[in-house]
Write a protein that binds this ligand. Sequence first.
Ligand code: FAD
Length: 316
Amino acid sequence: MLLKNLDVRIETHTLLAQYTTFRLGGPCRGIFHCQTPPQLEETIQQLIKENKEFILIGGGSNLVVCDEPLDCYVVRYVTDIPLIKQEGTTLTVSGSTLLDHCAFFAAQHGLKGLNCVTGIPGTIGGAVVGNAGAFGKQIGDVLTTATLMGPSGNKKTAAAANLYFTYRDSILKKTGDIVVDVTLSLAQDDASRLLEEREEILKIRREKHPDLCHEPCAGSFFRNIEPTSKAQRRQAAGWFLEQAGGKTLKVGGAMIYHKHANIIIKGSHCRSQDVYELSLQMANCVKEKFNLDLVREVRFVGKFHGMPSNVREIIW
Ligand SMILES: Cc1cc2nc3c(=O)[nH]c(=O)nc-3n(C[C@H](O)[C@H](O)[C@H](O)COP(=O)(O)OP(=O)(O)OC[C@H]3O[C@@H](n4cnc5c(N)ncnc54)[C@H](O)[C@@H]3O)c2cc1C
């Protein structure tokens, strides 16, 4: 493939496991490492021009990639160097910037509104697609506009209202538009107070979440349960799973995190297929005990044995 921008590293024969927090995933046709908006734009336009099928990933922290080879290219849009431009209380951030780098930058510069995403793995782009957040707040609350790239490589600017943010969701999951960069509108606050709050959040997260170096995972597997007329607030999927005995479930090397019934972790010799099958058992046990249908938050990429054909995730 002809790329004028030679800084785009292209990797072949690499397992995608290297680029997912679950440390799972087989090979693909090739991985394009894009860090900046121009690199991304050139790569996508060239792939489209050459009719090459591809998927786009960020930090790979919300994915279960199949064990089998993926019959497509993967564009990985991640940068270790934050690409952030500040104008007063407005930040323009590349979709490749790590979410926590952006949260740290905001806190350091006395800008309030992003501490809720402190410590969440992945990129700004991935966070916008899934409206990532915690403690009842999410990225969609502070986003004003996003520069998107559509399936034919056309660039457009979308206002927040047109992204239809809801709980862990946005219209981008349906359109497949790529988040090139975003503008975030924050409020002035005291930097030392924000940094102190950040440390507290990081401490809570360290206590509650698996250590990705030793317990690879993709965070909460299922979304919390939408409020019913009885319960006015969203209820934790983990509570239902725990009550239904989900914590003892295990398939092959896939098991449940001992501190949280809604997190699957990768044990030794774990395959993606094990994770898929364990997730079915988790959903079944909640269905049997509470007659509730859990909705997945994590996205599957590729083919899984026994997966119904109407479950179409990022790619088949
Ligand atoms: C330990 C742990 C804790 C977590 N805690 C939380 C939490 O508290 N709250 C929360 O909301 N989530 C949490 N997550 C889930 C995850 O971190 C978020 O969903 C994150 O925003 C995903 O971003 P990513 O870059 O890793 O996306 P990926 O996993 O790479 O991709 C996810 C989806 O986004 C798409 N995508 C990625 N980048 C772009 C882009 N630039 N443009 C368009 N589409 C894109 C992909 O195609 C895919 O469909 C946690 C995960 C882990 C492992």
